[in-house]
Every structure is written in C-alpha cells, then in structure tokens.
Ligand binder design. Structure first.
Ligand SMILES: [Fe+2]
Length: 311
C-alpha cells in the first residue's frame, strides 16, 4: 500500500445467476474474469475491492458460489482485500457476506476503536450487528476506515445507525468511507424515483460532523456523484447493465448492456472517482490475457438489451 494514496476498485450490481447469464444474454459470470484481466492496465496498484450489493439477481442463492469464487480469485490475483455489502437482490444473511476471505488480508487492521479488548482478530463484535449478517462492519485499510452497512431492505434502521454512531466516535487518521447499496440521494430517472435509501434523513444526522468523507453506493445502475450531509457521494455504474441516463422519462423501457466499474483514489486530503467501461475479453491484449483463468470465453451479447429491470 502506498504511503500517500489508497486505490479502491468499486463494483456494484453484478446480478449473477446460477446459469451464468442474466436475461439469457448478459454473461455476468464472465465479466469478473474479464475485469481481472483488464485491471493491471486500468488500475495498477489496487489496495481493495468494494462491492456495494446485488451480487446475485433476485435472491438466486445458487449463484453465490460462482460470483464469490470469481471475486475471491480477483482478490488473490491482486493480493488485495475484499469488502461486501448486500443489496435488495441479495440474500442478506448469506455466508458470503461474513466469509473470512472478506476480512483477512495482510494490509487490513481491524478497527481498534470498536469494543477494544472484546474483539478477536478476524471477527466482528456480533452483539451490535444485524442478526446473522456480519453487518455493519468496520475495517481499517491503512489510515482509512471502511464501514459497511446493510440496506437490503432499503433502510438501515435504528440498530445499525446506533452502531454507526459508536464506530464513528473515534475518528480515523484519513477519515471513513461508508459503503452501502442504496444511495441516500434520489436518482433523476423516472423509474427510479423514490427508490433510494428510505431513512436517509436519519443517516444524514449521523454523517454530518463525522469523519465520513465519502459514501459509496450502487443500486441505480447509472453513475451519479454528489454530496450528502457534508460527505462526498459516488454511485458507481453497474457491472451487469446500465439504466440509460439519456432517457430520463424511461420511455423506451430498455437497459443497456454496458458493464462498468469505478476506480476510487483517496489521499489524505482528496478523493476522485473514475467510471470505466469493461472491455470484453476479446479486446484484451495478450499481455493481460495471461492473467485470466483457463475458463472458456462466452458469446458476446448485443449492445443493447431489451429488458426491464428492478435495479
Ligand atoms: Fe441492481
């Protein structure tokens, strides 16, 4: 890890299925493998990967094995840590979200500010978490603190907000990055109106004046930046498909098969986010292709899917 910069791969909305394709055409299982091959060129020096929910599509529990294996392989190739929070399509108490691989890495130090003395390495203080979910979690990434919340029901609830207040009681050297699925800010798209975080006002009361400097979310399947209660806000585009932002009335009802991800760079005094389009495996150079697994290529889907989706 660089002494003056931390780089995050921000993924969201993978919508993996047990069959390997979404809407029978989008090869979501292949996307993580393509990404693993592309990252050495687009984002050298990664420190961690954050996935802000919807790992699977419509609670397809059988899909977790494949998507988690792909994410674990990515984590191992780059020797980075993996941090997951659930979305509304997830099985929020699935073991993937509390898997030891999600919080075991040489660069990770568990927050000594939370219940010091009662916490063992690699574990969370279960008594204050959502039952069975391992959330919220708080993990130290060098001088930066990552905090994950469960918004799979579209709201955080008083228990999680209380826990968040406890975590934030002692600031981190570089401040905190909050990771959750639902944005606390509305989308401009008609079909996503009112689909953000329900208890955003209560979250604002906790965020304002705290050391939270950036909030990472997904859910909308389109990129959006802004601010919330004094913190920066970045909603990453989805890895599975995008909602077309040039059609705010959503008259077409189509979604766009354009897998995307974000690279987040933080220093002590700044952060930046760059959205990137995933290049399909066929366009990846021979230099990076050697990092791919031996699995076969899948047929490329059409550029635009004619599907309606629930983000
Ligand atoms: Fe989604």
């Amino acid at each position: 890890m660089s002494a003056d910069q931390i780089t995050l791969l921000h993924l969201s909305d993978l919508h993996a299925t047990a069959s390997g394709t979404l809407f029978e055409t989008i090869p979501v299982a292949q996307y993580v493998q393509d990404l693993t091959a592309q990252l050495p060129r687009t984002a050298p020096g990664l420190d961690a990967v954050v996935v802000t929910g919807d790992l699977v599509h419509r609670q397809d529990a059988a899909a977790y094995h494949g998507v988690f294996s792909a994410l674990s392989a990515l984590r191992e190739v780059f020797d980075i840590s993996l941090h997951l929070v659930p979305g509304n399509h997830d099985v929020s108490d699935h073991p993937a979200f509390s898997h030891p691989a999600c919080h075991q890495h040489a660069g990770i130090q568990h927050a000594g500010t939370q219940h010091a003395g009662t916490q063992h390495a690699g574990t969370q203080h279960a008594g204050a978490q959502h039952a069975g979910t391992g959330l919220p979690w708080s993990r130290q990434l060098g001088p930066l603190r990552l905090i994950g919340l469960d918004s799979s029901t579209a709201e955080l609830g008083e228990q999680q907000l209380h826990r968040l207040r406890e975590i934030l009681r002692e600031p981190a050297p570089w401040g905190s990055v909050l990771c959750l699925h639902h944005s606390p800010v509305d989308s401009p798209l008609k079909n996503l109106a009112g689909r953000g975080l329900v208890d955003s006002a209560a979250l604002a009361d906790v965020v304002r004046g705290s050391d939270i400097r950036l909030i990472l979310t997904g859910h909308y399947h389109h990129v959006q930046s802004g601010s919330f209660a004094g913190a920066g806000l970045w909603t990453t585009p989805a890895l599975a498909y995008q909602q077309p932002t040039d059609d705010p009335q959503q008259l077409s009802g189509e979604v766009v098969d354009r897998p995307m991800y974000s690279i987040i760079t933080l220093t002590r005094h700044s952060w930046s986010a760059v959205p990137l389009e995933l290049r399909r495996a066929a366009t990846i150079s021979s230099q990076t292709a050697s990092l791919q697994t031996a699995s076969s290529q899948t047929a490329r889907p059409s550029a635009t899917g004619h599907h309606t989706a629930s983000s």
